[in-house]
Design a protein around this ligand. Structure first.
Ligand code: SAM
Length: 234
């Protein structure tokens, strides 16, 4: 699977792929990363990519011309490339999106900077727009990395043990039950005794109860979704 990062700040993004699971996936040719800097496409004398906002307002806005040229070229080279714009003015990115997007062959992330991207670019080119949360970042690079990471975990072959995907938080709307490592007793704090007895059906029931408890506390709306789906399935 290929990811293209359209960004003015390649160096912010590339460090992320220099270690760990995603580095290995790149070495195994499961993932491939490309960077495009809109500044290299600017037709202005000083490679400008931004200007003041038409109609007034604080800050600069990214011009349409460099991005039109970048995205036209991307679409010409690969008509199936899926163009994702990162912006707070969008639906929130969710785990279901990560799973769905993992089936694409090529995703390009378009990161905004300054006060954002000229709306005409988004209107013309975006296949999807995503926000990663209700807060404002300086640029879209972190948001695109968040999505790239979440999608990559769901690409076949990226994780050593793909079983871990099916038991993670959000798989059944619920947050995951607490996990424990060894030793069983650490500074007089023991793991739940049921986890130690080897009765897998009892462990499953306890984990479900703990998982519902965590979800009720942290994300009550997710518990409601889970219960609604369960009652609908009956
Ligand atoms: N003026 C914009 C607004 O109020 O909606 C914020 C612009 S922000 C300073 C600059 C860029 O950061 C955006 O164009 C976008 O690419 C990225 N960005 C900021 N917050 C984001 C978020 N929550 N999710 C996704 N991208 C975000």
């Amino acid at each position: 699977m290929k990811f293209t990062f359209v960004t003015l700040f390649q160096n912010i993004v590339e460090g992320y792929f220099e270690d760990s699971i995603l580095k290995r996936a790149i070495q195994k040719n499961i993932l491939c990363i490309e960077y495009i800097n809109p500044r290299d496409f600017s037709s202005s004398k000083h490679n400008k990519v931004d200007d003041t906002a038409v109609g007034g307002g604080a800050g600069m806005v990214m011009n349409p011309q460099p991005l039109y040229d970048v995205l036209n070229e991307l679409k010409t080279k690969d008509k199936d490339v899926h163009l994702i714009f990162l912006t707070p003015v969008a639906k929130p990115f969710r785990q279901n999106d990560a799973k769905r997007l993992a089936k694409k062959n090529h995703i390009a992330f378009v990161s905004g900077r300054y006060e954002g991207i000229d709306e005409r670019v988004i209107e013309k080119y975006a296949d999807e727009v995503f926000s990663i949360g209700d807060y404002i970042l300086t640029g879209g690079e972190l948001a695109s990395l968040v999505i790239c990471d979440a999608v990559s975990r769901n690409v076949s072959g990226v994780l050593g043990n793909s079983d871990s995907l099916s038991i993670e938080s959000f798989e059944n709307e619920l947050l995951e039950a607490p996990s424990f490592s060894k030793p069983k007793n650490y500074e007089n704090n023991c793991v739940p005794s049921e986890y130690l007895k080897g009765n897998h059906s009892k462990i499953r029931s306890l984990k479900l109860a703990l998982s519902e408890c965590k979800t009720k506390f942290f994300r009550p709306e997710q518990l409601l979704k889970h219960r609604t789906r369960k009652s609908y399935e009956k």
